[in-house]
Design a protein around this ligand. Structure first.
Ligand SMILES: Nc1nc2c(ncn2[C@@H]2O[C@H](COP(=O)(O)OP(=O)(O)OP(=O)(O)O)[C@@H](O)[C@H]2O)c(=O)[nH]1
Ligand SMILES: [Mg+2]
Length: 288
């Protein structure tokens, strides 16, 4: 989440290797875009909960007034550990806050992006005050676009101010240049210099702990027909932006009541990746 142009969609690109929507589309007014692991598919979810299959290339035609969120599925490794929601800017004058407020109940944790050269504006502080209690408390503040500073001193000054003004409001605060992180490719030094290494390592650790703590063993899944009733009763492992109320966000994952020590698939995948190499391949950049 964050202000207009803070870097939210670019962060999704860093997490997934590419943004699932064409660039020209991410620049237009869209409702929240919820991205989960699965065979490639796109749906527009109406305010009445009805899902309509849509063609990604015609996504501009989705009517904001009638659409609560866009639901995308991608077979991407990062999505094995968490769902992601790309939110619209919080103070876009052409969009009511109801548009993103209505999906806050489906969010576990927030990564708040604040642009370094005008970090932590009053509008951000005011919005955060309104919504932070609706999260699980494990939230990140990312001071983005730090490459726009010309000296370390300028960056230090801003980070000191932001940390002071947001004390107690976020679990962790990191400076980052998301564009430099993306451009780093396989260059470990550049990856670290961008700030992404510290942030991603911490995030992954956090998500793995959350998944391990909250995981409950899958029950027998109903057949692939995924009826509305069956899907409404599913609960995803706790993760970034999954549905803590067990609402309709967990296509194909069915979870029983009893807690077990079985390691969830999401955690298993991550552990393997982290053991393999410190710097993952580009497409797995968010996972360790
Ligand atoms: N210099 C620099 N530019 C960045 C960085 N991150 C994002 N940008 C640029 O900032 C612009 C806005 O980025 P987006 O990711 O679209 O921002 P957003 O928060 O999704 O914006 P809205 O969805 O319109 O609210 C794009 O041109 C990005 O390329 C960064 O770390 N450094
Ligand atoms: Mg965006």
């Amino acid at each position: 989440m964050g202000e207009f142009s803070a870097g939210k969609s670019t962060l999704i690109k860093l997490f997934l290797g590419e943004h699932p929507l064409p660039i020209k589309i991410t620049a237009t007014r869209l409702p929240p875009v919820l991205i989960s692991h699965g065979e490639e598919a796109a749906y527009a979810v109406g305010h009445d909960g009805v899902e309509t299959c849509i063609d990604i290339d015609e996504i501009e035609q989705v009517r904001l007034e009638e659409t609560r969120l866009i639901r995308l599925y991608k077979p991407c490794d990062t999505l094995e550990i968490c769902d992601l929601i790309d939110m619209p800017g919080i103070s876009d004058p052409s969009m009511s806050s109801d548009v993103w407020m209505s999906v806050m109940d489906e969010v576990d944790s927030v990564v708040w992006c604040t642009q370094a050269t005008q970090a932590w504006r009053q509008s951000e502080a005011a919005t955060w005050q309104q919504i932070s209690e609706r999260t699980n408390g494990e939230n990140y503040l990312l001071v983005t676009q730090v490459d726009k500073f010309h000296s370390e001193r300028d960056l230090d000054r801003v980070m000191t101010r932001v940390r002071k003004e947001t004390q107690g409001l976020f679990s962790r605060t990191f400076p980052i240049s998301i564009t430099e992180a993306i451009a780093a490719g396989e260059d470990e030094t550049k990856w670290r210099a961008s700030g992404a290494a510290d942030f991603i390592n911490d995030l992954v650790e956090n998500l793995m702990t959350a998944s391990a703590l909250s995981y409950t063993e899958p029950a027998e899944c109903p057949q692939e027909d995924s009826s509305k009733e069956a899907r409404a009763s599913t609960v995803e492992p706790a993760a970034l932006s999954t549905d803590k109320n067990g609402n309709d966000v967990g296509r194909g994952s069915c979870v029983a009541e009893q807690t077990t020590s079985v390691v969830p698939k999401r955690v298993r995948v991550l552990t393997q990746m982290r053991g393999r190499t410190e710097r993952p391949t580009k497409a797995r950049v968010a996972t360790g």
